[in-house]
Design a protein around this ligand. Structure first.
Ligand SMILES: [Zn+2]
Length: 192
């Protein structure tokens, strides 16, 4: 796999982190993934970097901790970068993620007008960069971004395996009671 920065000098070359920078950014993303895993979240981490290859924002999977189904690592990093820059457009920036982004996160990268998405391990269940679909190849998108995978893939995949191994050995979790909504006398019905 070609790493960012390997391309010959040209239009997009100056907007991509070089190979050394890409590895450094992925190490930061891996730190975020480990932190997520240590807190009981699926270990996924992400970094948004500027055109100079310097990290601007970090993100980690926090769906459980924040009770937020959209709090994937990539979304968290994009939110933080947009907040730091005071701009919802992150034109020309790079997102580095330990895992192949899901459709929500990759589409968020398109909305943000990123230039490049670099990821580590493929995600066969959710990945939108070729695993379950190739979102960036969909016709009609008004922004094209480059997506490349395989950066420190083995390290990223190993984190996931280490996280899920003890859970698989224990067997599936026992069913949780349905959540109740405060103020509702009977679950699922509206108060009169
Ligand atoms: Zn996602």
């Amino acid at each position: 796999m070609a790493l960012a920065g390997d391309q010959p000098p040209g239009e997009a070359a100056s907007l991509s982190p070089g190979p050394g920078q890409a590895l450094r950014l992925m190490s930061l993303a891996l730190d975020q993934a480990r932190l997520a895993g240590s807190l009981g979240e699926v270990p996924a981490g992400a970094v948004v970097a500027g055109p100079d290859g310097e990290a601007l924002a970090l993100g980690r999977n926090q769906v459980i901790g924040l009770s937020d189904p959209t709090a994937h690592a990539e979304i968290q990093a994009l939110r933080a970068a947009a907040g730091t820059l005071g701009n919802y457009r992150l034109t020309g920036l790079t997102l580095v993620s330990t895992l192949e982004p899901c459709p929500m996160c990759l589409m968020a990268a398109v909305h943000a007008r990123l230039a490049l998405v670099l990821f580590g391990a493929p995600e066969p269940k959710w990945g939108a960069a070729g695993s379950i679909l190739d979102l960036c190849a969909l016709p009609g998108l008004n922004h094209r971004l480059e997506v490349r995978g395989g950066l420190l893939a083995e390290e990223c995949a190993e984190l996931m395996r280490d996280f899920f191994r003890p859970r698989r050995q224990k067997g599936p979790p026992s069913p949780q009671p349905s959540p109740t909504i405060p103020g509702l006398a009977i679950e699922g019905t509206l108060p009169k």
